[in-house]
Design a protein around this ligand. Structure first.
Ligand code: 3PG
Length: 207
């Protein structure tokens, strides 16, 4: 795994999940995130402008760690890589995407919620597991049960995480980072304030 990326993710321990409906949103929202002290973005392939948004982000916000999210096949992984994404996230686990990432030196956080899926992730060289949708699949209780069988993995839970409950997750050392979209709602000023609050909440637990 690219140590620079994993160190940065561990340092901030929050991965904002970002959906851009238009490239016009990219600059003001990313600026707000930087001003709020959270220069990390997982830009999702849920919208057609994802690759272009990643390209703008990488070129114009070199201080940020930019990755791609909701990548569900090799074609999207290629587009994300070509646009300059530094890590790839999927809602489920894709062996095709895992292979692409391994070949191109990109950290891959594939989604797993069952022992079988985690075994597939391990067989593909992945050690940080996205656990999504976290609250629907039993949250920290389920991750702790899975961790007993898979002590070598750590988790990136997303889905239902917010400023109000992130401390519960970050208090456990098997959580590499928490992810979510809660801080991305509203105007750029609101995003900045929510990012600040998220960073403060994380610092209170992780220092
Ligand atoms: C994801 O893709 O990780 C989730 O959509 C984030 O979930 P949230 O919107 O509940 O934060």
């Amino acid at each position: 795994m690219n140590t620079g990326v994993s160190e940065t993710i561990k340092k901030y321990c929050i991965v904002p999940v970002v959906v851009f409906n238009s490239v016009d949103e990219v600059r003001p929202k990313l600026r707000a995130m930087c001003d709020g002290g959270l220069p990390v973005a997982e830009i999702t392939f849920r919208t057609d402008c994802a690759a272009e948004a990643i390209k703008i982000a990488v070129e114009e916000f070199p201080e940020m760690l930019i990755g791609a999210g909701t990548v569900i096949n090799g074609e999207q992984a290629q587009a994300a890589f070509d646009a300059g994404a530094k890590f790839i996230v999927s809602p489920g686990f894709s062996e095709e995407v895992a292979r692409f990432c391994a070949e191109n030196g990109l950290p891959y956080f594939g989604g797993c919620v069952t022992p079988t899926e985690i075994m597939t992730a391990i067989a593909n060289g992945c050690r940080v597991i996205k656990f999504f949708p976290c609250s629907n699949y039993g949250g920290i209780k389920t991750m702790k049960a899975l961790s007993a069988a898979f002590p070598s993995v750590t988790f990136l839970p997303t889905g239902g995480i917010s400023a109000d409950n992130l401390a519960e997750y970050l208090a456990w050392d098997k959580i590499t980072a928490v992810g979510g979209s809660w801080m991305m709602k509203g105007t750029p000023d609101e995003i900045k304030e929510k990012c600040k609050a998220a960073v403060e909440a994380a610092k209170a637990v992780r220092g």
